[in-house]
Design a protein around this ligand. Structure first.
Ligand SMILES: *[C@@H]1O[C@H](CO)[C@@H](O)[C@H](O)[C@H]1NC(C)=O
Length: 231
């Protein structure tokens, strides 16, 4: 059963990715940076720096990566987040934000905040001590401060407002948290989780106009509902 779930998640990831690739093609070389949030499907190595059992830094992970190195990506080679950065024409590999060796050019073109084991449901990351979404967002806020201290406020603003943001998760909620005895998602409760995250996320973007905010929330609700109610 667990294998089936993982397989389904992988197929879903591939489908989502080819759709994302098609969408990204039209944005190629038009975004300054790419930011990815989520779980193991997109974690490029943040969990190397976290006390968790959800790690991808040992063989056979990475056996087809340059040098055969297990980097923390949950893949034999590059990960989904790297391909997202690539199709946006930004760079070949999207580094994990927690890597302390990142230089300024690397930071300015985007990083990955994802953590294997995380999910929309705040209970999901607790199971594996993964980085919750609220923390991933706080890391993004810290990132903004960091680059703002190194480049002009105008350049910082440009990066925040013109970059591509990808949130990629949910499968851990379904495989790890949903089956637990005392907890069941309903269409309503799961949509609420996604919406509250979307709202928190939107608040991080500087100076949202109130009416833009309302429109954004309405769109998020309708997207989330369509997504959850589709078979
Ligand atoms: C960047 O720093 C300036 C002060 O130097 C500040 O006015 C501005 O709000 C900061 N931008 C962001 C996005 O935090």
């Amino acid at each position: 059963m667990a294998t089936l779930h993982v397989l389904l998640a992988c197929i879903l990831a591939l489908l989502v990715c080819s759709a994302a690739a098609a969408a990204a093609e039209s944005y190629s070389n038009k975004v300054p940076a790419v930011f990815v949030f989520g779980d193991s499907l997109v974690d490029t190595g943040n969990n190397n720096y976290v006390a968790t059992i959800a790690k991808g830094n040992f063989p056979p992970y990475g056996r087809d990566f340059p040098g055969g190195k297990a980097t923390g990506r949950f893949s034999n080679a590059k990960g989904v987040a790297d391909y997202i950065a690539e199709v946006f024409g930004v760079k070949q590999l999207l580094p994990p934000y927690l890597d302390p060796s990142l230089d300024l050019p690397e930071l300015l073109t985007g990083v990955c905040f994802a953590s294997a084991g995380s999910g929309y449901d705040p209970r999901t990351p607790q199971k594996m001590n993964a980085i919750p979404m609220t923390t991933q967002l706080n890391m993004f806020k810290e990132y903004i401060k960091k680059i703002n201290a190194s480049v002009s406020p105008e350049r910082t603003q440009e990066i925040i407002s013109q970059s591509a943001y990808v949130i990629f998760m949910g499968s851990n909620d379904l495989t790890n948290t949903y089956p637990t005895v005392n907890y069941r998602y309903t269409e309503e409760s799961y949509t609420d989780l996604m919406i509250s995250l979307a709202l928190d996320f939107h608040k991080v973007r500087p100076e949202p106009e109130p009416d833009q905010n309302t429109e954004f929330v309405a769109k998020s609700i309708s997207l989330a509902r369509n997504y959850i109610s589709s078979p």
